[in-house]
Design a protein around this ligand. Structure first.
Ligand code: UFG
Length: 358
């Protein structure tokens, strides 16, 4: 199938794009590189640099049959500081994409949603039918897209699946040896932060140890990015006209911040010094998903544990360190020379094409 992956130069989008290529799909990545990296676009995918508003219509007109939509701003804290940026990018950008799809009669879409739509859950594990009361503009903007998708399914016969991720972690190696992993600036997520602290020889901050949990630190449901990508491929095969399905994606098991740090200690073989600081605003004590619905509907189940996530993220961190040290600019953390250029592995992928569209 010919598919468009928006945000395919980002962490999760690049891993899904790699799995789509491996499964034999013809993949075009559209990414404005505001937070992504051209070197993360997997070999075999065509890369177009641009925004949804400027480029979606043209890219879709190139025979695209389905869309996997990841392009979004995704920092909870930043969304509180600059809500308009989140509404404009996450809702406005998506509406531009959906309108272009409607005009082109492309009606299949997989949407990258989030646990943040639930806000402070009343119970765990969280089920898809639980109340959605987002506590940040990030979560609210993602929930608004879920609502729009329901409408587009009802009114225009779209077939959509929203996947609500809990805590995504780990990394995956692409066909050319590139490690595709998490690289945000600033990095706020626990596992990459802990591993960066190990390589930089600094201390890890634990945001609060006075929560009502066994060791006092927050509990989260971690899911390996490779398992997450597998769920997207299954969802793609399950889209039905007129139907919007929503699924949680997690492991169903929670780990505390201290337990995560302990696993990182085991995987890296290094001591990790910690300081307990105050709570981070907006952190729920426990966030664990029920993934029973996707298990029963699509036969999906997470198969990689926290240790595998930490080990793969550590491989990525080390490969990235090598590529930075080697002066490749850090776009291709593969421990090998950078591919260079934009998506250079595909005949149609080039900075020229990006140039035409700007
Ligand atoms: N934490 C630390 N120290 C750090 C980083 C994180 O103690 O240096 C703690 C956090 O306070 C939290 C836990 O580790 O208790 C996990 O934090 P992350 O930032 O890794 O992940 P979040 O649980 O905050 O984020 C997840 C998803 C978001 C989603 C959010 C909704 O990644 O996409 O849940 O609450 F929006």
């Amino acid at each position: 199938m010919r598919v468009l992956v928006t945000g395919g130069a980002g962490y999760i989008g690049s891993v899904v794009a790699a799995q789509l290529v491996a499964a034999g799909h013809e993949v075009t990545v559209l990414d404005d590189l505001s937070t992504g990296f051209a070197g993360a676009v997997p070999p075999g995918a065509t890369f177009v640099k641009g925004t949804l508003r400027d480029c979606a219509a043209e890219v879709l007109s190139d025979g695209i049959e389905a869309v996997l939509h990841f392009a979004a701003k995704s920092l909870v804290g930043e969304s509180v500081a600059d809500p308009a940026k989140y509404w404009s990018n996450n809702l406005g950008g998506t509406l531009a994409l959906l309108d272009a799809m409607r005009e082109m009669r492309i009606r299949t879409i997989i949407f990258s949603s989030t646990a943040a739509v639930y806000g402070e859950p009343e119970r765990t594990p969280v089920e898809e039918t639980d109340p959605t009361r987002p506590t940040s503009p990030y979560g609210a903007s993602k929930l608004a897209v879920d609502t729009a998708l329901t409408e587009f399914c009802r009114l225009y016969g779209f077939g959509a699946v929203s996947l609500r991720y809990f805590n995504v972690a780990g990394a995956q190696q692409a066909a050319d040896g590139t490690w595709l992993g998490e690289r945000h600036n600033p990095e706020t997520h626990l596992i990459p932060n802990v591993l960066a602290a190990v390589t930089e020889g600094r201390r890890v901050q634990i945001f609060g140890d006075d929560y009502p949990t066994p060791d006092g630190t927050c509990i989260r449901d971690y899911i390996h990015v490779t398992d997450l990508a597998d769920a997207h491929l299954r969802a793609l095969g399950a889209c039905r006209p007129g139907q919007h399905s929503v699924y949680n994606l997690g492991n169903g098991a929670g780990f505390s911040v201290r337990e995560v740090i302990e696993v990182c200690r085991e995987v890296t073989g290094r001591d990790i010094a910690t300081d307990v600081t105050g709570r981070r605003a907006g952190d729920p004590a426990v966030l664990v998903a029920s993934s029973a619905k996707i298990q029963s509907d699509l036969g999906w189940r997470a198969s990689r544990d926290l240790r595998a996530m930490a080990a793969d993220a550590w491989q990525f961190t080390q490969a990235r360190g090598h590529s930075l040290a080697g002066g490749s600019g850090g776009s291709s953390p593969r421990g090998m020379p950078s591919r260079g250029g934009l998506g250079g592995s595909s005949p149609r992928a080039s900075s020229e094409r990006a140039g035409q569209q700007r």
